[in-house]
Design a protein around this ligand. Structure first.
Ligand code: ATP
Ligand code: MG
Length: 572
């Protein structure tokens, strides 16, 4: 491809709106442009990469026996009402009505659609197992769209749905997807780790996420320092620390006027935060729920949601809700006499002695509180595990790192087939619900994640497998006919070999061309300069290495070697 004929939109400046490396580089390299919050247009260069990732995904899904499908993005509300998610999806769903006031949404995901297809098209166990996938645009009105295409409101997802006649079949389908995902991320040059994930209150029997480690990731991932255990913090069980046994003391209300934080309280009482139990108040749909955890712990909202069973929106309660529940200003909530629909107590709190809680009275706390004697609630694990605690599998220390989810595999079981009455006839002539799995990959998020893992101060360093062009040929001096002639010849020959070439024939200084080639992350660079008359050009790998003077023949061999190393086959 000739650069002179292309729309090249590289920027020298770092765009102010971009906070993370991949976002900055996608804008600077001219891969995409923002249209509105969380909505982007892909420029030709970005689209090339996107298509390559899609092709890898497609090949591996096909290899795993899945069939490609394409559903509409515009979905009628009826299907969603059948599954109960028309209401359950909440504010993240983009909703619209047609000219006849019929309700629709822009699909945020497609379980309902594929369940509907299955119930209409699959009659018998003989047609099972079946796995259908699509690579399609999804819409989610995210609360906080950010980091470019990492969390956008329109994004491309590969979503697959498997249908089996029994649990064993689902296990096989799920494992095939797991293996396909490992291959996909490997081929994309992405270091993604599979970790156990939460399956939700009514979710199926298994779920795993593919996570990439990233400081800007929005998930916390728990890793064991000794065994293979890895899980999303949402899922990782916390074992409660047993407080030292004490004689139960008498309740004592104490004035604590200016203490609003746990830190203030610990100072005032001259005690450790472990002696305090905090009571947080949430709005869970139309209910008010209080959750108690030890002063130094964090509430795990997923564990709370699961305990509440299918909560749609869980938010911190408003000031007025807190006042209603406690008869006090915010900061003085406690379990004794609180007016809430449910009181959830973390196991650790139930095992503490003579602890401090809010008095439900502005300016007061109570000390020497004991679970069982002074209050009761629903006791379970409601907190996040913390760095250095015990691994739930082997008991050794765990560590926590930030991560971003690029893929998700999920055993749904009969959640949707039951709700939507999607059945088949089994070997014995009986009607059975499909046993389903669903499997997603964020294609656009994968693209950004690859950049996060492959960049330097000069720009992107694409792995060969997803690079927009494999090789750039830079004509150093556009006034030199010999240079132009040779560069064009190499361009043609390489393209005939199946190599994608970015021929920089723009009337620009060589320095500008070098910079653009590096910024765009093209893996190999050939510079056709003064020495061309001696049959010599320069060759440089984007991923480190020296700028070498080599003969034209050797260039071809070097390029072929790179393809071999990356296990990518060339046409010839
Ligand atoms: P997250 O926890 O990041 O919001 P999710 O659990 O909502 O993700 P899924 O519903 O499992 O995500 O969607 C499948 C995949 O789609 C995710 O693994 C992720 O790669 C991608 N994805 C989800 N939301 C977005 C988004 N807003 N922008 C880009 N990609 C997304
Ligand atoms: Mg989400």
């Amino acid at each position: 491809m000739r650069a002179s004929k292309m729309l090249i939109s590289t920027l020298r400046e770092v765009p102010a709106e971009a906070e993370i490396e991949s976002h900055k580089l996608m804008l600077r390299a001219g891969m995409m442009r923002k249209m509105a919050a969380g909505i982007y247009n892909y420029m030709p260069l970005g689209l090339k990469v996107l298509k390559k990732i899609e092709d890898i995904v497609r090949e591996e899904m096909d290899n795993a026996g899945a069939q490609e499908f394409l559903a509409s993005a515009l979905l009628p509300s009826e299907l969603w009402k059948e599954s109960g998610r028309w209401d359950a999806y909440g504010a993240e769903m983009f909703r619209l009505t047609d000219r006849n006031s019929r309700e629709f949404c822009l699909g945020p995901t497609h379980e309902e659609v594929f369940t509907d297809i299955a119930r209409n098209e699959i009659k018998s166990y003989k047609q099972l197992p079946l796995n259908l996938y699509q690579i399609q645009t999804k819409y989610r009105d995210e609360r906080r769209p950010r980091f470019g295409v990492m969390r956008s409101r329109e994004f491309i997802m590969k979503d697959a749905y498997s249908f089996d006649k029994d649990q064993e079949g689902l296990d096989v389908s799920y494992n095939k997807m797991y293996e396909a995902y490992v291959k996909i991320f490997n081929r994309c040059g992405l270091d993604a780790k599979c970790v156990a994930a939460d399956s939700g209150a009514i979710g199926g029997s298994g779920s795993a996420e593919f996570m990439v480690k990233s400081e800007v990731g929005e998930d916390d991932v728990v890793f064991c320092t000794s065994c293979d255990y890895a899980a999303n913090i949402e899922k990782a069980p916390a074992t409660s620390e047993m407080a030292e046994k004490e004689e139960l003391k008498e309740l004592n209300k104490i004035e604590t006027p200016h203490t609003k934080t746990i830190e203030d309280l610990a100072k005032l009482f001259n005690c450790s935060e472990k002696k305090i139990a905090k009571t947080l108040i949430y709005r869970a749909d139309d209910k008010v729920v209080a959750v108690m955890v030890r002063g130094d712990r964090e509430v795990n909202e997923v564990k709370v949601s699961n305990a509440l069973g299918g909560v749609i929106e869980l938010d911190m309660a408003s000031e007025s809700m807190v006042k209603n529940a406690t008869n006090a200003e915010v900061g003085f909530a406690g379990p004794i006499g609180i007016k809430v629909d449910r009181l959830l107590v973390d196991t650790e709190v139930a095992n503490m002695f003579n602890f401090i809680v809010g008095a439900n009275e502005t300016g007061f706390h109570i000390e020497n509180v004991n679970y069982g004697r002074d209050f009761e609630g629903e006791v379970s694990d409601f907190r996040n595990i913390t760095e250095g605690e015990k691994c739930p599998v082997c008991g050794k220390e765990i560590t926590i790192a930030r991560g971003t989810e690029v893929g998700h595999i999920f055993k749904l079981g009969t959640k949707y087939s039951d709700a939507m009455n999607a059945t088949f006839i089994d070997e014995n002539g009986k009607t059975k619900p499909f046993i389903m799995g669903c499997y997603g990959i964020g294609v656009t998020r994968t693209m950004a994640s690859i950049i996060e893992q492959h960049n330097d101060e000069n720009g992107i360093i694409w792995p060969l497998s997803v690079a927009p062009y494999h090789v750039s040929i830079i004509i150093a001096n556009m006034k030199d006919e010999t240079q132009i002639t040779l560069a064009e010849k190499m361009h043609e020959e390489l393209e005939n070999m199946g190599i994608e070439v970015f021929l920089d024939d723009r009337n620009e200084r060589a320095g500008v061309k070098f910079k653009d080639s590096e910024l765009m992350g093209i893996p190999m660079r050939i510079t056709v300069g003064k020495k061309v008359s001696e049959g010599i050009v320069e060759f440089k790998l984007r991923n480190g290495g020296e700028n070498e003077n080599i003969s034209i023949e050797d260039v071809y061999n070097k390029i072929k070697d790179e393809f071999k190393k990356a296990s990518i086959e060339l046409k010839r």
